[in-house]
Design a protein around this ligand. Structure first.
Ligand SMILES: Cc1cc2nc3c(=O)[nH]c(=O)nc-3n(C[C@H](O)[C@H](O)[C@H](O)COP(=O)(O)OP(=O)(O)OC[C@H]3O[C@@H](n4cnc5c(N)ncnc54)[C@H](O)[C@@H]3O)c2cc1C
Length: 367
């Protein structure tokens, strides 16, 4: 007998947000997680609710991210009604120093912002930070950030209260299929049956999902550090230069990231990267010079060769759905992913054409 209408494999933000949406649409849902709930990329991330240098991404990435960004206020409100844990979602804004690479034109950046309804202004950095004289900058005043561990805790609380069943410390080994119809999953602890299975297993999805391989979905390490609780540091906005960002949290702590490293499933931090981030953070915001660094960590972003997620129904196996490969933008995309997966799983008309995200697309690596 089926244990649930839908089994979700993996409890990152994609799995949890979709579980909540499915449950609110009347489905019984079981999430299976190989370790503790929500402790991988979604926990490790920076929590910026917008892609970095979004105009450089392929359009399908930005489309999903923009939908997610627009849906965030409602998503946070829904969580607030179900959980007392505050995810600290707040409009810090983001200032990007020297936003141009060789190919970027100012008009291209402003067109990107207006296409996606993102308020943007090309400005002098010193208007926001007097010590950064003579620097050009892009100011995005409406960009929010949220505190990942708290968001994940709020979501876990919300799905539990909504009646989603959570099975932890249980790795899925195989997707079970009979006559091209999914029937459940096999784990070390036994078999769980369901007519629908959604794989949201992040960077690990390629190891057990039909149609994916460890080379089509793979980990990209990002290292982070945190200057703890420095209320007097005065940083109120996300500040970014050359891919390194400083994110102010509500309690005065500042998160600094990140690296982009192809080192397999290795989640260690390295002295060299942490020292580089530390130096860069103090150069950008000297008030941090005496703030203690209390945490450093790394997470594994689930990437694909073209940096476009895999999102959709399996082309040959009925009842199997896939949502992975969110790379650097999975937090921003999450409410949109949850809404689209719900439409798909409930066979409703789709509000977005999912063909750019299909599992069997030809993938050209980004240059
Ligand atoms: C350093 C860093 C900074 C980031 N900053 C941002 C940002 O500012 N904004 C943004 O939008 N995005 C950011 N990201 C990206 C974002 O965090 C990811 O895209 C997103 O978290 C992916 O979510 P997910 O649910 O797909 O995967 P994950 O959060 O990795 O969750 C997958 C889950 O599946 C479980 N799992 C794996 N295999 C199995 C199995 N066989 N059986 C059962 N469970 C399994 C894992 O244990 C894990 O809990 C950042 C990522 C990193 C690492």
């Amino acid at each position: 007998m089926a244990q649930a209408d839908c089994i979700i494999v993996g409890s990152g933000i994609a799995g949890l947000a979709t579980a909540l949406a499915l449950r609110q649409n009347g489905l019984s849902v079981t999430i299976i997680e190989r370790q503790s709930i929500g402790r991988e990329a979604s926990w490790a991330g920076g929590g910026i609710v917008c892609p970095l240098y979004g105009w450089r991404y392929p359009e399908p990435v930005m489309r999903l991210a923009a939908l997610g960004m627009a849906a965030y206020p409602q998503f946070i409100e829904t969580l607030g009604a179900l959980s007392a844990i505050d995810p600290e979602y707040h409009p810090s804004g983001m200032l990007i120093l020297d936003p141009y690479s060789q190919e970027d034109q100012p008009t291209e950046i402003l067109d990107w912002a207006s296409r996606h309804q993102i308020t943007a202004e090309l400005t002098a950095a010193r208007r926001h930070f007097p010590h950064l004289s003579e620097r050009e900058a892009l100011w995005l005043p409406a960009i929010h950030n949220t505190r990942n561990p708290r968001l994940l805790q709020a979501l876990t609380d919300a799905v539990t209260r909504a009646g989603v069943q959570l099975v932890e410390q249980t790795a899925v080994q195989n997707i079970l299929v009979e006559n091209k119809q999914v029937t459940g999953v096999k784990t070390a602890a036994g078999t769980l049956l369901a007519p629908r299975v959604l794989v949201t297993a992040g960077a690990w999805s390629g190891s057990f999902t039909p149609g994916l391989t460890p080379t089509t979905v793979f980990p990209v390490r990002g290292q982070m550090l945190r200057f703890d609780h420095a209320p007097a540091n005065g940083l109120s906005t996300i500040l970014m230069e050359d891919g390194v960002y400083l994110i102010p949290r509500c309690d005065g702590s500042v998160i600094v990231g990140s690296t982009v490293e192809h080192v397999g499933f290795d989640k260690h931090t390295t002295d060299e990267a942490i020292q580089r981030l530390h130096r860069k953070a103090i150069a950008l915001w000297p008030n941090l010079a005496h703030a203690p660094v209390t945490h450093q960590w790394a997470g594994l972003r689930p990437s694909t060769a073209d940096e476009i997620p895999y999102l959709g129904a399996h082309p040959e196996i009925k009842g199997l759905f896939i949502g992975t490969g969110f790379y650097r933008n999975g937090l921003a995309m999450a409410p949109a992913v949850a809404a689209l997966m719900t439409e798909l799983i409930l066979s409703r008309p789709l509000s977005v054409d999912l063909s750019p995200y299909r599992v069997n697309r030809p993938v050209a690596p980004r240059t």
